[in-house]
Ligand binder design. Structure first.
Ligand code: DP6
Length: 324
């Protein structure tokens, strides 16, 4: 094939109902469905160039040549996408995050959504959105939710064929924001991929998964009715349940720092006094405070006053991954 190139932009997402544990780690088929919102103000921009003269794949992330696990995960995903049509040409992947790398913000969702779209674009393949979401899922589960726009739901599906994400609410349906209180700027200690493999060792995972359809229903209903109080209750419960599984796994995964718990308690206290805010956490100590856009400044002010908050990154709801 001749040299060909494409560039894609994708947003990371924050889950309202979490993905934690796979029933098939290789295919990344999740134990339960999940719902998240894309983060408009954070982006990953990735250019993929296939060139027959390249002896191997090259991956540059934020200006740094990658090796080891970071490179192999990208090569594995490129191999998977090339394999769809029997291509073998190597690629140069050039990727940049708009958000600080050390801010402890999960980037695998936007990374694999952008990589999938750019690689598919550079190979000249026309692939409909559900299938792009399926492909992104193979690179990182949460990446499938960064393919469609807005608030998206990843249906767990019965097999690889129907496990992908769809939009449940367009970006402008309900003006929500995420104020991320960064309490630790370093890389997380145990990555999500490793975490998923230990989820089943917690005796609480069965209960978490067993109750997931109910939580998904409640979350969908809260979104449909734009009922913030209902959304707040279900996303905090879901985040607490995932962290209950994490701390009771073997080995236990404790992601919270003292500042984390302090922020969670503050958010609950604010809500009691009528300030609509809710917390949710990923596999890390930073607290995502979800609120309505008009309350962002008040929340930012309050978060800044709490001990241990090193920076606040704010975003509204983002669109779909797209080629540029
Ligand atoms: C806690 O999608 O990062 O953020 O599929 O191994 O790449 P891999 O895991 P990943 O897991 C995300 C876990 C989470 C919850 C969520 O985003 O739903």
């Amino acid at each position: 094939m001749p040299t060909s190139s494409a560039t894609a932009i994708a947003h990371p997402n924050i889950a309202f109902i979490k993905y934690w544990g796979n029933r098939d780690n290789d295919l990344r088929l999740p134990m339960n469905g999940s719902i998240s919102m894309n983060l408009a103000d954070l982006t990953t921009r990735t250019r993929v160039t296939f060139d027959p003269s390249f002896p191997s794949d090259i991956f540059d992330l934020n200006g740094k040549r990658q090796s080891g696990d970071s490179l192999s995960r990208v090569v594995k995903h490129l191999d998977f996408i090339r394999g769809l049509r029997g291509f073998s040409t190597h690629a140069h992947v050039f990727s940049e995050n708009s958000f600080p790398t050390g801010a402890g913000i999960a980037s695998s969702a936007s990374a694999f959504a952008a990589l999938t779209l750019a690689a598919v674009g550079a190979l000249g393949l026309e692939i409909p959105e559900p299938n792009l979401s399926r492909l992104a899922r193979r690179g990182s589960g949460s990446a499938c939710r960064s393919i469609p726009a807005g608030i998206t739901e990843w249906r767990k599906g019965r097999s690889d064929l129907d496990s992908f994400a769809v939009t449940v609410a367009a970006p402008d349906y309900w003006p929500l924001a995420d104020c991320i209180a960064v309490v630790e700027e370093g890389q997380k200690k145990v990555g999500s991929s490793e975490g998923h493999t230990t989820a089943a060792t917690s005796p609480l995972q069965v209960a978490r998964v067993g109750d997931s359809e109910r939580r998904l229903d409640q979350c969908r209903n809260a979104i449909q009715k734009k009922d913030f109080q209902a959304l707040a209750e279900i996303i905090e419960l879901d985040s607490n349940m995932m962290h209950a599984v994490m701390i009771t796994s073997k080995p236990p995964l404790f992601y919270w720092e003292p500042a984390t718990l302090n922020i969670m308690q503050a958010v609950q206290a604010w809500r009691k006094t009528g300030i609509p805010a809710a917390y949710t956490l990923d596999a890390g100590p930073n607290v995502h405070v979800i609120c309505e856009v008009e309350k962002v400044e008040a929340i930012q002010r309050r978060l800044t006053a709490l001990p241990g908050v090193k920076q606040i990154i704010t975003s509204s709801i983002g669109g779909a991954a797209h080629l540029v």
